[in-house]
Write a protein that binds this ligand. Structure first.
Ligand code: NAP
Length: 351
């Protein structure tokens, strides 16, 4: 019986839905445009409001801090590299931020998250926006990873590093009817070779916040940003784990990233958050790939295979560092030693 019902539904539901959407889409678009115009006009005034930004020590987080500074907000800047946050605090003050608090913390540690939220409340008495930017990017073939200890770190920072701050901040955001602003990524729905764990964590982030959205209802707003490549430290191959154990390409990470895309994206994201947008996308033309995913996924597969997965120089591979005996990611070049077991697919790529 169930088989018959599903067979009928398979035939009836897709075309019926298409017809329904063909009628609903124009009407909804007009309504959405009108709503957008109203929200733009009555957007949230951030003057003297309190904004906590994790991952504020570089690229997107830094530029988001400057955007809120221009709106005269009070800022709480969180990251592990405290020395960078001090410089950013000075810039933010010049741009118009009211008071700026710097807190060195690790978003993977729940206690740290509770501490920076409670310090914020002790100092400012309220919290209006929580912006989650902390993240760790990677670019390596899954099979090339010889040190699996990096795997949980990638999930910890990219997933739990969003969840813990949100959990600690939610009671205060409810009080202020505030907002969580989250940096996800296009990889959350558009799989890219060499970014498997990052993409998986980002997909989890999207699903988590889209679910939370229903739970918090209108009490707390949620703005999810799914952007494509915009530059930043992620392009510089940095990996930083526990203090003392890994600090790669430190000198490369110390530069300030002010590339056009990052600045433009930060401006767009803060504007979207203040307007109360549920989603912010940059660039928006990537949306077309949604249709490819649904209707012609093979085309995406072929393209990736052609463009990205073809044999060529690897970017970052997690390979053992024979000098130190430990493991570290490599930026370019061949492995320092061959792995003990080489899979046929990997051997094929390396030949
Ligand atoms: N850049 C892009 O092209 C791009 C594209 C799509 C999505 N995104 C997303 O946008 C967000 C920002 O990207 P980005 O380019 O600005 O990245 P980024 O330059 O690598 O910055 C990551 C930030 O996270 C902080 N961080 C990392 N681990 C942390 C930890 N355990 N505890 C506290 N802070 C931690 C880093 O500061 P410390 O090292 O000082 O702690 C740094 O400030 C990320 O969520 C990323 O996934 C970026």
């Amino acid at each position: 019986m169930e088989y018959i019902i599903n067979s009928v539904m398979n035939v009836v539901v897709p075309p019926a839905s298409m017809v329904m959407m063909a009628f609903a889409w124009p009407t909804l678009s007009v309504l959405r445009a009108a709503e957008w115009a109203v929200r733009t006009f009555f957007q949230e005034d951030m003057e003297n409001k309190v904004v906590l930004i994790t991952g504020a020590s570089s690229a997107v987080g830094e530029q988001i801090a400057y955007e809120y500074a221009r709106r005269k907000a009070n800022l709480v800047l969180v990251a592990r590299r405290e020395h960078r946050l001090f410089g950013i605090r000075e810039n933010a003050r010049i741009l118009g931020a009211r008071q700026v608090l710097v807190i060195a913390a690790d978003v993977v540690k729940e206690d740290d998250c509770r501490r920076f939220v409670s310090d914020t409340i002790s100092y400012f008495g309220e919290l209006n926006h929580l912006v989650n930017t902390a993240s760790l990017g990677h670019s390596f073939y899954f099979e090339d990873a010889l040190d699996t200890s990096i795997f949980p770190h990638l999930m910890d920072i990219n997933f739990w590093g969003n969840v813990y701050p949100t959990y600690a901040a939610l009671p205060y955001l409810r009080q202020s009817r505030g907002r969580v602003v989250v940096n996800a990524s296009i990889e959350s729905w558009l799989p890219m070779p060499r970014m498997g764990l990052y993409a998986a964590a980002k997909a989890a982030v999207i699903n988590f916040y889209d679910t939370l959205r229903y739970e918090v209802k209108d009490d707390v707003g949620i703005t999810l940003a799914t952007h494509g490549w915009i530059g930043g430290d992620m392009s510089r191959g940095k990996f930083m784990l526990e203090e003392g154990s890994e600090m790669q390409w430190r000198e490369e990470r110390e530069g300030s990233c002010t590339s056009g895309h990052v600045v433009e994206f930060a401006r767009m994201m803060v504007a979207g958050a203040c307007r109360g947008d549920s989603y912010v996308k940059y660039p928006t033309w990537y949306d077309i790939f949604l249709l490819y995913r649904v209707f012609v996924p093979d085309v995406l597969g072929w393209t990736f295979r052609l463009l990205l997965s073809s044999p060529g120089p690897r970017r970052h591979a997690l390979l053992p560092d024979t000098n130190s005996g430990g493991s570290r990611p490599l930026l370019e070049g061949p492995p320092v030693r061959k792995p003990a077991s080489t899979s046929p697919r990997k051997a094929e790529r390396e030949s």
